[in-house]
Design a protein. Structure first.
Length: 94
């Protein structure tokens, strides 16, 4: 995913690990823990705008953005964590 800022990859990895939506405030405070909540929110908005621009340019959707929450798009590329989780679920069924 060339063209995405480093923080975008961190957000995507965090959301993949969370396996559900995450509040914008939580994501912002994790990424910019020493910033004020207002500055962290502004920084997050900048990264999300960069992600939106990348999505438009690439034609790929990776993240959904609600007013209060962020979550991975269901068409987002699979990763090793998905495969490991699937294998773990299979072994739990045995």
């Amino acid at each position: 995913m060339p063209g995405l800022p480093e923080k975008a990859f961190i957000i995507l990895a965090f959301l993949r690990f969370e396996r559900s939506s995450a509040g914008r405030g939580k994501v912002a405070s994790l990424l910019w823990e020493s910033a004020s909540p207002a500055d962290a929110a502004r920084n997050l908005r900048q990264v999300l705008n960069n992600i939106r621009a990348w999505e438009r340019k690439s034609g790929q959707k990776v993240i959904n953005m609600g007013r209060a929450d962020l979550w991975l798009d269901e068409t987002c590329m699979p990763c090793d964590l998905d495969e490991i989780s699937a294998l773990s679920r299979l072994s739990d069924e045995d």
